[in-house]
Design a binder for this molecule. Structure first.
Ligand code: HEC
Length: 262
């Protein structure tokens, strides 16, 4: 009997594997939608102050991003959470048009991203622990021409680009992005800039390795022991969020650990 059961389970294995693969496949447009939400959350706050637009070019871009986001969410397959998401997208649009406070809009964008992740069961966690040393070699090969060897955004091919390549030592900026956000920017590129999409050229693992290396530019390795985070937390949380919820030592630990995942 035992052998027979085993035999049966072997027969079933490929079917199970196929099911889990299907469960893993995220709907088209979902990563792009998360990418836009991360941009809205990080970039919108600097465009308004006290109900007034202070940077109209950037503010217009936020409105455009929101339009693209609305289209992407509308195109997602129907499920139990989709109506709620569409309402959330509409409310986010209202807030942007009403020039609401940056922190409130950033919160709305983050909440919407969390709802999207939950209702489509999107995995934000790398399958293999990122290797920042491998990321450093890839960075020298593909990225430092623009971002500079030290990540300051001062590489020779970046001269004259508008906007210039991101400065990865800008701690405030890096604190507003999760490792998954960085991974997503590397794979999808950044719309309206010269940042190329590397998804066709660099596989998932390489993109996570790079994200970890990039996060290292604003991290203090000595702070790694403040708190311990799971790979899921390292990938999905921002130092800004952790600072607000658990204090500065925990945020410093997150920064250090995402640059050198245990
Ligand atoms: C052709 C020049 C160029 C190359 C090559 C390039 N980048 Fe970029 N990168 C940019 C520009 C321009 C931006 C946009 C900056 C902005 O949005 O203000 C950017 C933005 C980014 C961002 C988003 C940062 C943020 O603040 O949101 C990340 C992450 C990034 N690059 C990583 C990489 C990595 C990793 C590589 C190599 C695999 C790479 N880039 C290669 C030009 C480049």
């Amino acid at each position: 009997m035992l052998t027979r059961k085993r035999f049966l389970s072997w027969l079933l294995l490929p079917v199970l594997a196929l099911c889990s693969l299907m469960a893993l496949a995220e709907p088209e447009g979902a990563a792009q939608a998360l990418h836009l939400l991360s941009y809205l959350g990080a970039d919108y706050p600097a465009t308004v102050a006290a109900g007034q637009v202070v940077d109209s070019g950037e503010y217009q871009e936020q409105l455009e991003f929101h339009g693209v986001l609305a289209g992407l969410v509308a195109a997602l397959p129907a499920n139990a959470g989709k109506d709620g998401l569409l309402q959330g997208v509409a409310r986010l649009g209202d807030s942007i048009r009403e020039r609401r406070d940056g922190a409130a809009v950033a919160d709305q964008a983050r909440q919407l991203a969390a709802d999207l992740v939950a209702s489509y069961r999107i995995s934000l966690t790398p399958r293999i622990t990122p290797d920042p040393a491998r990321g450093a070699a890839l960075f020298a090969q593909h990225c430092s021409v623009c971002h500079g060897e030290g990540g300051l955004g001062d590489g020779p091919a970046g001269i004259g680009l508008e906007p210039p390549p991101a400065n990865m030592r800008n701690a405030a900026r890096m604190d507003s992005l999760s490792l998954y956000d960085l991974y997503n920017s590397i794979g999808l590129g950044v719309e309206g800039t010269d940042m190329p999409a590397f998804a066709a050229q660099l596989d998932e693992r390489a993109r996570w390795d790079l994200a970890s290396h990039v996060a290292g530019f604003s991290a203090d390795p000595a702070a790694a022991r403040g708190a311990s985070f799971s790979l899921e937390q390292l990938a999905g949380q921002t130092p800004q969020q952790v600072a607000a919820e658990q204090g500065p030592a925990a945020a410093a630990a997150l920064r250090a650990q995402r640059a050198a995942p245990p």
